[in-house]
Design a protein around this ligand. Structure first.
Ligand SMILES: *[C@@H]1O[C@H](CO)[C@@H](O)[C@H](O)[C@H]1NC(C)=O
Ligand SMILES: [Ca+2]
Ligand SMILES: [Ca+2]
Length: 166
């Protein structure tokens, strides 16, 4: 009986603690009151990746990552690199939410945020009929530069949602 009371008390304390602290759902990582998840085991085109981010998020408000600042880009690229297999001199890509699907040359974030920051690699804007923007790295020292490619390409992606009470 004592054992059960201890277990129950522990469960209550853990529950209260997590409610009070706020948290990202399991498999999501917190940074600056946002929750992030890298999905690489199922490569998808941009449309399906975008839909998957919504589906994976706890309250359906998830979206492909929106990168608002150099700090967020640095967090996202460095965190992503830690999860990649050792980089072997090949470019790796993930989808972000940035796209010019509706109007060629006018890039917007899929969650409706204003575009306040960009990190285009070299001459990469509006390439090859690209309409959706990836973050790309090849070496650990790369800074997660952006490149637009065709939305039909199937690659990994990073999702984000705003943590309500982190
Ligand atoms: C993504 O794949 C789905 C399912 O195959 C397809 O219906 C959709 O048109 C594709 N979207 C793009 C942008 O390629
Ligand atoms: Ca963001
Ligand atoms: Ca374009």
């Amino acid at each position: 009986m004592k054992y059960y009371i201890v277990v129950l008390a522990a469960a209550i304390i853990v529950t209260l603690f997590s409610v009070a602290q706020g948290y990202c759902e399991p498999r999501w990582t917190e940074w600056n009151r946002h929750c992030y998840r890298y999905v690489d085991h199922k490569r998808k085109n941009w449309t399906l990746a975008s839909a998957d981010c919504t589906k994976l998020s706890p309250t359906d408000d998830g979206h492909l990552i929106t990168i608002d600042s150099a700090d967020e880009n640095k967090f996202a690229s460095e965190w992503w690199i830690t999860m990649l297999k050792p980089l072997q001199g090949q470019w790796q890509y993930i989808w972000t939410g940035l796209n010019d699907i509706d109007e060629d040359g006018t890039f917007v974030w899929s969650d409706g945020s204003p575009v306040t920051y960009t990190n285009w690699g070299g001459t990469q804007t509006d390439n090859d009929n690209g309409d959706c923007v990836t973050m790309a790295v090849k070496r650990v020292s790369d800074k997660g530069q952006w490149k637009d490619i065709k939305s039909s390409e199937k690659i990994g992606y990073m999702c984000e949602y705003t943590c309500k009470d982190c």
